[in-house]
Design a protein around this ligand. Structure first.
Ligand SMILES: *Cc1c(COP(=O)(O)O)cnc(C)c1O
Length: 370
């Protein structure tokens, strides 16, 4: 029982803030519903897990250095990232997942006088980051296909003299993306003092022939900040490592706002090891693309509209309130993500899982929608 009204003392920008909805906790759900198996298709985690090299490292953790602080500069990982992208270590800032860095951008650059622009169905964290910083959120209406509208976004950024634009490419939860020429044209039209935070959490899953690589544009656009993570294709969501890459001037500023030991030493080392196994990433991309196509095909035999996706998830339109379907799936041991919070109550987001998980899902849906 709470005996003190902390909420009454909360700072003004935090008052209207609601917590990020992380979805169900799978272990809790399994226990509460007494399920033998649970298909965890709610959080866009990798169906393929981390590189075997990472697992080998984790099994032999050098536990005797637990009492030591990690390297606050994250040097080993930054050097590995620099080699991977052919950039310098100074181009990188590391975070406890990219979520932390996305929030840090607003905290560092936006205040009550500033506007932060994002798309109507953009990743939910952008609105929360803007709100927590006290900035004005400018939510730009999406296209008919639920995609970020480049023209409307650039117009909003100019009109509002935006401090930050957030865009996920590909986007979660919609799965859609801007192609190279759209992104390039957008960057050329964006005021040079507006920061473009390009969130490429799903980049490694996307078809490189379709979805651009933001890191290639850093030289041309010093106001571009590309965010990536080890949580998705690298299969390391539980270790919490993400990073942003940008002109080295960004890293110098973020050193003032970032918590100094924000990534733990084992996660830092594991991420550097993961980066060294690119064959694991290409295998994950190919397996995901195959599984995504197969699941799309299976779902389309049911009364479900599946939106095209370049991520490891599918946004599914049931053309009616999806809440009862989501609850019924849960009772059958299939965890998916409701989209009510995004204003899409007739949709569910379903992560690409292992074959047995996808079978469980399709079987359950077939029974429910019959
Ligand atoms: C999952 C996700 C992230 C990153 O999550 P972290 O685990 O904090 O790195 C960032 N952006 C989008 C769009 C995501 O879906």
């Amino acid at each position: 029982m709470s005996q003190f009204d902390f909420a009454a003392l909360v700072a003004p920008p935090i008052k209207p803030l609601t917590a990020y909805d992380p979805g169900y906790e799978p272990t809790e759900v399994k226990r509460a519903l007494n399920l033998a198996a649970l298909a965890e298709l709610g959080s866009n985690e990798s169906a393929y897990g981390p590189s075997p090299d990472v697992l080998t490292y984790l099994r032999n953790l050098p536990l005797e250095v637990t009492h030591r602080y990690p390297d606050a500069g994250g040097r080993v990982l930054k050097r590995a990232l620099a080699a991977h992208y052919q950039l310098t270590p100074e181009h990188f800032t590391l975070g406890n997942g990219s979520h932390e860095l996305l929030v840090l951008m607003a905290q560092t650059f936006a205040s009550a006088q500033d506007a932060v622009v994002f798309s109507q169905y953009g990743f939910a964290v952008y609105a929360l980051a803007a709100q927590a910083s006290g900035a004005r959120s400018v939510k730009v209406p999406a296209t008919q296909q639920l995609a970020a509208d480049p023209l409307a976004m650039v117009q909003a950024a100019r009109r509002e003299r935006a401090k930050i634009v957030y865009l996920a490419n590909p986007n979660n939860p919609t799965g859609n993306y801007w192609d190279h020429s759209t992104l390039l044209a957008f960057m050329r039209e964006l005021p040079s003092d507006t920061l473009m935070v390009l969130d490429e959490a799903y980049h490694e899953y996307a078809d490189p022939a379709l979805v651009p690589d933001g890191s290639r544009l850093l030289g041309e656009f010093p106001n571009l900040i590309v965010a990536r993570t080890f949580s998705k294709a690298y299969g390391m969501a539980g270790l919490r490592v993400g990073y942003v890459m940008a002109d080295p001037g960004l890293g110098l500023v973020l050193e003032r706002t970032r918590l100094s030991f924000n990534v733990n030493q084992f996660a830092l080392r594991a991420a550097a090891i993961a980066l060294g196994d690119q064959s694991h990433i290409s295998k994950a991309r190919e397996a995901n693309a195959r599984a995504r196509a197969a699941l799309t095909e299976a779902l389309e035999t049911l009364p479900i509209r599946v939106l095209p996706s370049q991520g490891n998830f599918l946004l599914c339109d049931f053309a009616r309130d999806a809440a009862p379907i989501e609850q019924a799936l849960l009772k059958r041991g299939v965890l998916v993500r409701p989209m009510r919070g995004y204003g899409l109550p007739h949709m569910l987001r379903i992560t690409i899982g292992q074959p047995w998980e996808q079978d469980m899902l399709v079987e359950a849906l077939r029974a429910l929608l019959a």
